[in-house]
Design a protein. Structure first.
Length: 273
């Protein structure tokens, strides 16, 4: 009888994609035999992203996602236009980048002073400004400072529903995990790559591979250690990372956030290994 019970459990695992405690296997079957997926993302439309970063990405033919604030794009507009022409994805990072009043630099534009209506209006306006500047309407979004809540005291509310209404994806920041196929696309996890060396990022990739997941890496400035102003994706680390990604033996699918999210939505029913 004991053998029959174990056989029954094993068959359940085979046919329904569950493990021995009944939990569904949420690994993703990636295309072309790849065993892990990666999206490289940067926030704020900082000048170094297009002056330093995109030339490196283009050398390795890897496309990234840049979440931009329209007023910041204007500083290096021609370089941003070139990034779009070269296939990099442009996402929305709000009109004014509100953040917590806990930071002195954001007290005049605190997320605590926002309502859902104000946020919706500014997100739509930001999309319009980005369309005027770069000719694309963003479908992807990243929460400034990773904050998904606005308002204060008893009026605190999540604006994830607004992001879900207006965009295909929303990306948070400073998470420690990668994404499985069932994660809410309006709250995608992102792991910081600023101020980290290649070996620590590689470990994160290999952990995501074990679980068949999608790793989103996030950064800010791109440059050398000598120009470090904090929140820096080091160019030496970036080159090592891109070499690792492009090595066919490593079976990595690197693509912008929107492309991978679309793949998951289109294939969700058949993604269980």
């Amino acid at each position: 009888m004991k053998k029959l019970i174990l056989l029954s459990i094993g068959l359940t695992h085979i046919f329904f994609g569950t493990d021995l405690i009944g939990q569904e296997n949420k690994a993703i079957q990636w295309p072309d035999g790849n065993t892990v997926a990666i999206s490289l993302t940067w926030d704020d439309a900082r000048d170094s992203q297009v002056l330093v970063g995109t030339p490196i990405l283009d050398k390795y033919e890897v496309k990234a996602t840049f979440y931009v604030v329209p007023s910041s794009v204007e500083r290096e507009l021609e370089s941003w236009k070139s990034a779009v022409l070269n296939g990099h994805e442009i996402g929305n990072h709000t009109l004014l980048h509100p953040c917590s009043e806990s930071y002195s630099w954001s007290r005049d534009n605190a997320i605590e002073d926002y309502s859902l209506n104000r946020m919706r209006k500014e997100l739509i306006e930001a999309n319009g400004e980005i369309k005027k500047l770069l000719g694309v309407i963003p479908k992807e979004f990243a929460y400034p400072c990773g904050n998904i809540y606005l308002g204060r005291d008893n009026e605190i509310k999540s604006y994830v529903p607004v992001v879900r209404e207006l965009f295909s994806t929303g990306r948070v920041y400073d998470d420690i995990s990668s994404n499985d196929r069932d994660l809410d696309h309006a709250r995608l996890s992102c792991v910081i790559m600023d101020d980290r060396d290649f070996n620590s990022i590689k470990s994160q990739i290999e952990e995501s591979r074990k679980q068949g997941k999608w790793l989103i890496l996030g950064g800010h400035e791109i440059g050398s250690k000598e120009t470090n102003t904090g929140l820096l994706t080091n160019t030496e680390m970036l080159e090592e990372l891109l070499e690792y990604i492009k090595n066919p033996a490593n079976k990595i699918w690197a693509a912008p956030v929107g492309e991978i999210a679309s793949y998951i939505r289109a294939n969700k029913k058949t993604l269980v290994r």
